[in-house]
Design a protein. Structure first.
Length: 256
């Protein structure tokens, strides 16, 4: 099923709660949070304190994409802040297997990310460990960039590997996803669409999210679900099930 992950990198940070709510009304089912450190990528954004504030503002899953060095140092804090999914870069993690295990041990869903110049097949050994694989279709660090065309072949390769290996990870795409590119992205096999500028860029998040999702679902041959947003009382998150080696206390928060 196609889902829209609204990326707050392009939102109005003075009105984050309102903008997330508008994107949700338009059909977004995930909030994508870009965490940057100014070292791995040439930009600085937000960290666990803002994630904790977002957790109070929405029941949607918080999809934290770590574009940082020393990601392991921040995984416990992100779990405490209420993150649901955490993805780390192949290029930034010296011990990628350990980092993915650490995410799972803290009750979150682990993802792995590859930059445009990184080959999909380098991930073969860790694909069984992840909830999602994020394909960067721009060079990470800034919003509003143009989609890199050869990313489509990476999406196709990931979908083929998923079938060959009998796995169930989801394929996520981040960068340049907009009305003029979303059909090709979906037809290549992507299911989780990260969009920032295309949703929040002109201040009409609800309308933009609805239009982008409609185009994506049409390209995928999916019927639009009845109602594009959950009611406040509907279940939006499922319980975390940490692995046996979890370092978290019992009674974890509810997550999707």
């Amino acid at each position: 099923m196609i889902e829209l992950a609204a990326s707050i990198l392009s939102a109005d940070f003075a009105r984050l709660a309102d903008q997330i709510a508008a994107a949700e009304r338009g059909g977004a089912t995930v909030v994508h949070v870009d965490v940057m450190d100014g070292h791995f990528v040439p930009n600085i954004t937000i960290g666990p304190p803002v994630v904790a504030s977002l957790r109070k503002a929405t029941r949607l899953p918080l999809d934290c994409h770590l574009m940082i060095e020393k990601a392991d140092d921040y995984i416990p804090a992100l779990a405490d802040a209420g993150a649901d999914w955490v993805s780390v870069h192949y290029e930034a993690c010296r011990h990628l297997h350990r980092s993915l295990e650490l995410i799972a041990q803290h009750g979150m869903k682990a993802g792995v990310v590859i930059n445009p110049a990184t080959r999909v097949d380098l991930l073969l050994d860790v694909l069984p460990m992840v909830h999602h694989v994020l394909v960067m279709s721009v060079n990470p660090g800034f919003g509003g960039q143009s989609f890199i065309g050869f990313s489509l072949e990476k999406i196709r390769r990931l979908c083929a590997l998923r079938d060959e290996m009998a796995l169930s990870y989801r394929v996520e795409v981040d960068g340049g996803v907009a009305l003029d590119t979303v059909s090709g992205v979906v037809q290549a096999g992507a299911e989780l669409l990260v969009a920032g500028s295309a949703v929040f860029g002109d201040g009409r998040a609800q309308e933009n999210a609805r239009r982008l999702l409609a185009a994506a679902r049409a390209a995928a041959g999916e019927a639009a679900p009845r109602g594009t947003a959950r009611s406040k009382g509907s279940p939006g998150r499922e319980k975390r099930r940490p692995s046996a080696g979890s370092t978290r206390e019992k009674g974890l928060r509810r997550v999707r």
